[in-house]
Design a protein around this ligand. Sequence first.
Ligand SMILES: Cc1ncc(COP(=O)(O)O)c(C=O)c1O
Length: 334
Amino acid sequence: MTRVASPSPLHRLGHVSATLGVEVFVKREDLCAPGFGGNKARKLAPLLRAAQQRNATDLVTVCAVGAHQLAALAHEAVPLGFEVHAVLVPAPHTPRGEALTRYALAGGVQVVPASSETHATARAVATLARLRATDRRPLVVPPGATDLRGRSARAYLDAGREALGQIDARPGEAEPIAEHVCVLGSGGTCAGIWAAACEHAGQGYPPARVRGVRVYPTAAINHAVLYAQMCQALGRPVRPTCPLVFDDGAVGRGYGWPSPEGDAAIALFAQDGVRLDPIYTAKAAAALIAAARTVTLQGPVLFWHTAPGLELDAVDLGAALPADVTDVFAGYST
Ligand SMILES: Cc1ncc(COP(=O)(O)O)c(C=O)c1O
């Protein structure tokens, strides 16, 4: 079963295009699943199906406190009957991060606080061992919901095919996409979009560039890792005919911190009725704006809006954060 509503909408951003002097379209992944949406919902769908097939009872994951993955598991996995255990790594406190965490707690996610990534690994291992010692059948949900077998990249290959089909179905209205702009975190989203772009180029369309905008600096998510995921998603080795570039220019102070450029992007996209989140999609949009202003950015651009469309101010967030979770936010240090 999947709760992903396909296809998610795709439309032109009139104000953004006029301001940047380049045609910009948006793929509304914020609306891909009813009541929640975002790339985690799409990427979790195949992982949850596999967990159901394996009769898993519990899901164990490690994620930053306040991350979308935490809230997405509450929305997607708990209703399927899984017990979800999320080991929380410290991250900067933001109102949205707190709201997402409260949403997850209210939705039944059980949290395991940790003081660092190393501590989190140890706590995840201990949680798995504790569950296995009873008659539970726990499975791991990988960080960022990107699995190494390419299932989550495959979900974004499907999204990419869907988007390119939507563009191609507008003859005379839109040229083929010249550049995709998406957030680069654990990599599954970008790998799937890259796969779709390469596949499309193989069908005779001009090759499009894929710009993955980092939200945290890491050497671990690199071309080789994404290439492996792309090939797994497509089910065969392929020539990477479309350039993949990593844009490190929008990280700002670091993961989890809003940035002034991101805030400006939020204001610009709001003129087109699109609500970005400050930590992920606002930074990708800031990178798009910077690219349009400083280098020759070829359009049309397809901007991937991968944050959940959940209106956090309109949902019941339950009780205030418990002290041990407040401590995880407080435990963050630069
Ligand atoms: C809203 C949003 N967009 C994009 C990403 C990046 O996706 P991926 O982890 O597949 O690189 C994330 C990851 O945390 C996210 O929360």
